[in-house]
Every structure is written in C-alpha cells, then in structure tokens.
Design a protein around this ligand. Structure first.
Ligand code: DO4
Ligand code: MG
Length: 299
C-alpha cells in the first residue's frame, strides 16, 4: 500500500494506491494526519487505510492520469553520504582528479563508526514528481543521486519509504569538502516521491532495487541500478546518529546515500529528464532546468 497526493481543481488530495493499482481518496489532508490518527487509535496506518477503502469505491482515473505532487511536505530532509562503496569511489575521484594516492576523508568516513549525515533540504526547496530540479549556475559537473528515503517520525520510527534525488555538484564538493552545503543545497535541489510505501508493507528494506535513467532529447544517456543490500550501514544506525542530541520533526526524510553514479565524464544539462525508480515504490520523474535560464525568465 502506498500513499500519494495529487492536484484536483487546484486542491491537494491524499489518496491510497493499492498494489493492484487502484486509487482511493482518503479523508485526510496529509500523510502525517493519517499516521498520527493511526497511532492515536493504536493501529497501523495500513489497517486504517484498509478500513477506509473497504467502504469506498476506487477512482475511475488511473495513477498515470493524476497530477501527482510531492507526497509529503517534509519539514527537513537530511541525507547520509558514502554509505555505498560506489559513492566512496566517486567522491575519491572528484576530490583527487582521479589521482588517488593517499587515504582520504571519504575512505575514513566509510569505515568510521560515525556516518556522514548532512542537512539537505527544507520543504520549500524540495520538489515532487514532474516538477523541475534545477542546475546551479556556478557548477559544471552536476549529477542526480538516486537514493532510498526514509520518512520518520519525531522518535525516528520509520513510517514509510520513498524515492529521492540528492542533486549534487561534483566539482564544488571535489574542490573542497567544506563546500558541501553549497554542493548540495540550492533551489529545487532535492526531489522526493512519487509515493510513500507504508513501512508495515515492506518485509525487507534491504531488498529494494534502485534504478536511474537519464534522457537527453528522448535518448537514454545514462542508465544504472543497484540494490539496498549493498549498503555499508543499517538504517537504524543512520537514524540513531541523526537523532543524537537533535530535535527531529514529524515527517522528516532521511536519504540513505547513493549507489548509482553516472560516469565521471557525465554532467546533467538543461532539458534532461531524470527517472529514478525504486521497486514497489514507483518512478520519480523530474526534468532538469538550468537556474540561469530560470533567472532570465523571472527578471
Ligand atoms: O560526501 C558527500 C556526500 C555523498 C552523498 O551524498 C552520497 O553518498 O549519497
Ligand atoms: Mg547523496
């Protein structure tokens, strides 16, 4: 069972998407209203949704016909880094121009007890399905980072899973790791969606398949995939470090790191289309727009 949100007559509608593809409107404004009501009634969100849909009829429209939006306005998005070997290799390449000859910060963090966790986004900077993600105007080497996202409550309990894109500037981070916030955070630099798979419907979260395709002029220019069983760390470990002496808000998203990295010579371009698909969650599609063009348009 997944939870989606779509626009109908300029109103946001929360809905359940069953595994057979049927869509049922839900009588709640937001995902967190659903999960907090379920908690109050001491039942799972799945049971609450099942009870609602038992008494309703599905929409005639299919999921493809709906104008999907970001499924949750997460107050904050945090992200984990270098949680897959592939990411460690890529970070080492960009930090050393491929001339690795000594141990780097990335080698150390990959093996350290403390994981890399950084602040990625706020709800204002986070977009959903079919919204554009933006390219920074001061970077020449930008990639999408397809990642599994955990939607958590304020105690760190996983409420659901979604797909995320941690847009990143490899040149800015590679120049100096102290530039990480600039390499990671700008307008529309994070996208999440297209649906939240309820946690209680996921038997093994280390069994997700993550794939990414990038299209340029309708031609695939990159394709890659990986699985969450390649993660170096557990989700509990990542969440426990995020929560240490920290205040975390209901509905925070924690991205769990990238394991699909385009070739080193690849950079995103204005007009590209990025598709990130996670098994049993769905496909998050975003077009890529240059912020230079956006600025020209808005002034
Ligand atoms: O070390 C920088 C960030 C790495 C990252 O975002 C990732 O591994 O996904
Ligand atoms: Mg990342």
């Amino acid at each position: 069972m997944r939870i989606i949100r779509y626009l109908h007559d300029k109103q946001l509608v929360l809905a359940a998407l069953t595994d057979s593809g049927k869509v049922y409107n839900l009588p709640y404004q937001e995902f967190l209203e659903l999960t907090s009501l379920a908690e109050k009634r001491k039942m799972t969100a799945l049971k609450l949704v099942e009870d609602v849909i038992a008494d309703s009829v599905p929409l005639e429209a299919s999921i493809e016909e709906l104008q999907l939006t970001v499924p949750i306005d997460a107050p904050e998005v945090w992200a984990s880094g270098v949680t897959y070997f592939k990411s460690k290799e890529a970070r080492n390449y960009e930090a050393t121009d491929g001339k690795l000859d000594a141990t780097t910060f990335y080698d150390k963090v990959y093996d350290a007890a403390r994981p890399e966790i950084f602040f990625k986004s706020t709800s204002e900077r986070t977009v959903g399905p079919n919204d554009p993600v933006y390219l920074r105007s001061d970077s020449k080497w930008q990639i999408p980072e397809p990642e599994l996202g955990l939607v958590i409550n304020n105690h760190g309990k996983v409420l659901g899973y979604l797909a995320g894109n941690d847009m990143s500037c490899r040149d800015i981070e590679g120049e100096n790791p102290l530039y990480l916030p600039q390499a990671k955070v700008w307008r529309n630099s994070c996208s999440v969606g297209p649906a939240i798979r309820l946690a209680e419907t996921v038997e093994n979260p280390y069994d997700f398949e993550i794939s990414c395709k990038i299209f340029r002029d309708d031609i695939i220019v990159f394709e890659g995939n990986a699985r969450t069983d390649q993660l170096k760390r557990s989700f509990e470990e990542l969440i426990s470090y995020l929560l240490k002496d920290n205040q975390i808000f209901e509905g925070t998203i924690l991205l769990t790191g990238t394991c699909v990295v385009p070739p080193n010579e690849f950079t995103l371009a204005d007009g590209d289309e990025v598709e990130i698909e996670i098994s049993t969650i769905g496909m998050l599609k975003n077009s890529v727009k240059s912020l230079v063009n956006q600025r020209e348009k808005s002034y």
